[in-house]
Design a binder for this molecule. Structure first.
Ligand SMILES: [Zn+2]
Length: 492
């Protein structure tokens, strides 16, 4: 099996063959930093993180670029609304984005390859910021004007879509669809309603840079054309992002980059993830179902959030439900219980199982990869001889790592679950004002794992920790009774 990816440009699954043997360049549109990331923003981060891990595992030297859009009208609006300095706002929200993505175990820029241990390949992640590439944007816009693909009008520079014969090819839209698509802004200075902004004028109180077209700021689309070229070159292997970006954002990136470079190919494989809904509805602030990554981290550990993101195939819509998060937690309990069962065994070679690699090579079929991982956990619980246990442990850890999962010890996992239960209960307690009896939702497996941990800490004479576990369980409504035959428990 070799890696196959669905290429939006050709609307079919294709074998992935990089431009240069052994090397892959991948660009994924990153966040516009004006607010906390929502769970829809996190989906592409997790998906392309797994793709980057897989490419490394397959032995490629991977350069993964995920930009930060730090100049945008949404940022200007948010800063005015908060009465906050723009630089402060973007620094604060960029840091918050990094914190949230760390919780989801996403690979980081400037991470040491040795610390990642993804296999044979080398890994480099670059996180360019739009404001660091303004000169490049001014240069590309000037080139587009010189080549007859753009024009100046009332302080703006616009891309002339009629100058490009196959504009609309990536999204498969014809001109009427584009104009009817409402996302095209109608403005009197446009020659054609589908023309889009490359540069716009800034007033004195707005961020702006001097340019041959006057003081102003770039449009969003030109940012990605310039940052991808600066980091990966004119033609590169994979361009990713959410499918809502296909039109107009990615269509316009293609137009700018191809026209600036006399038709040279831009991205070779276009990979798009599906939409995310919440309990069956489109997520929106007005519907009150808007969920930030921080909101969902209150309810479950980041690893469960990550697993839930991977539970649907990336091209399918993902419906975010409380039930899905609970299921993800239970599945992680199962996986960590299997590892716990193998705790006394030294892992064999830490390599993903062949079935897990095959599932991911088939257009990143993460639900199938997870099914294979659960099957391994099942085997772990049945395995009887040491060699078999060692092999399974190595494969569980290796497969988990490929998906960005199972990096904790079973002990750390079950502790993090307890912390979340306690947090959830205190929220529930606060909302029910004085209601003293809370129904515990902690699972039998978790309780038993914590009792086993408590036995262990008692053996090590760490009575403080042992008491802490007993008290935490008590707070969950679980009463422990120590007897000559060991510890038993009951729900209070
Ligand atoms: Zn982009």
């Amino acid at each position: 099996m070799t890696l196959h990816l669905y290429n939006t440009a050709h609307r079919k699954k294709e074998e992935f063959v990089p431009m240069e043997p052994g090397k892959v360049g991948m660009y994924v549109c990153g966040p516009t930093v004006y607010d906390r990331a929502h769970i829809g923003n996190a989906r592409p981060v997790v998906i392309f993180d797994v793709l980057a891990r897989l490419l490394c595992h397959l032995g490629y030297e991977v350069t993964y670029v995920r930009n930060i859009t730090d100049v945008d009208d949404k940022i200007i609006e948010a800063a005015a609304k908060n009465d906050e300095n723009i630089d402060k706002l973007t620094a604060r929200t960029t840091a918050a984005f990094h914190e949230d993505m760390d919780e989801l175990n996403a690979l980081k820029a400037n991470q040491e390859p040795s610390a990642i241990e993804l296999g044979n390949g080398n890994f480099k992640m670059i996180e360019p910021r739009a404001t660091e590439h303004i000169d490049g944007m001014i240069r590309m816009i000037s080139t587009l004007i010189e080549k007859g693909h753009a024009y100046e009008a009332e302080g703006h520079v616009l891309f002339d879509v009629t100058s490009m014969a196959d504009y609309g090819k990536l999204s498969g839209r014809n001109r009427d669809d584009m104009i009817a698509g409402a996302r095209v802004e109608v403005a009197p200075y446009k020659k054609d309603p589908a023309d889009f902004v490359l540069w716009k004028p800034s007033t004195d109180d707005m961020p702006g840079w001097d340019s041959p077209f006057g003081r102003g700021r770039p449009g969003w689309h030109i940012e990605c054309s310039v940052m991808s070229e600066a980091t990966l070159g004119i033609t590169f292997d994979i361009h990713g992002g959410g499918r809502d970006l296909i039109f107009p954002h990615h269509e316009n990136e293609v137009a700018q980059s191809c026209c600036a470079h006399d038709g040279a190919e831009f991205a070779r494989y276009w990979v798009h993830n599906g939409f995310l809904t919440v309990e069956g509805d489109k997520m929106s602030k007005s519907l009150g179902n808007f969920r930030t990554v921080q909101d969902v981290l209150e309810e479950a550990p980041g690893e469960a959030i990550r697993l839930n993101m991977l539970s649907a195939h990336y091209r399918q819509p993902l419906d975010w439900t409380a039930e899905g998060v609970t299921r993800a937690k239970a599945n992680l309990d199962r996986l960590y219980n299997a590892l716990k069962h193998l705790e006394d065994v030294e892992a064999g070679s830490i390599e993903p199982a062949a079935e897990v690699i095959a599932a991911l090579e088939d257009d990143l079929n993460s639900p199938q990869a997870l099914t294979e991982l659960y099957a391994l956990a099942g085997e772990a619980n049945k395995a009887s001889n040491a060699a078999e246990k060692a092999r399974i442990k190595g494969q569980l850890l290796g497969s988990g790592h490929l998906l960005g999962l199972l990096d904790k010890s079973p002990k750390e996992w079950f502790q993090s679950i307890t912390v979340h239960h306690l947090k959830a209960e205190s929220i529930e307690a606060r909302s029910e004002l004085g209601s003293p009896v809370l129904t515990s939702v902690i699972s039998k497996e978790n309780i038993e794992a914590l009792i086993a941990e408590r036995d262990e800490t008692k053996k090590q004479k760490n009575y403080k920790r042992a008491d802490e576990i007993r008290d935490n369980l008590k707070a969950e409504g679980i009463v422990l009774e120590d007897g000559p035959g060991g510890t038993t428990w009951k729900r209070a």
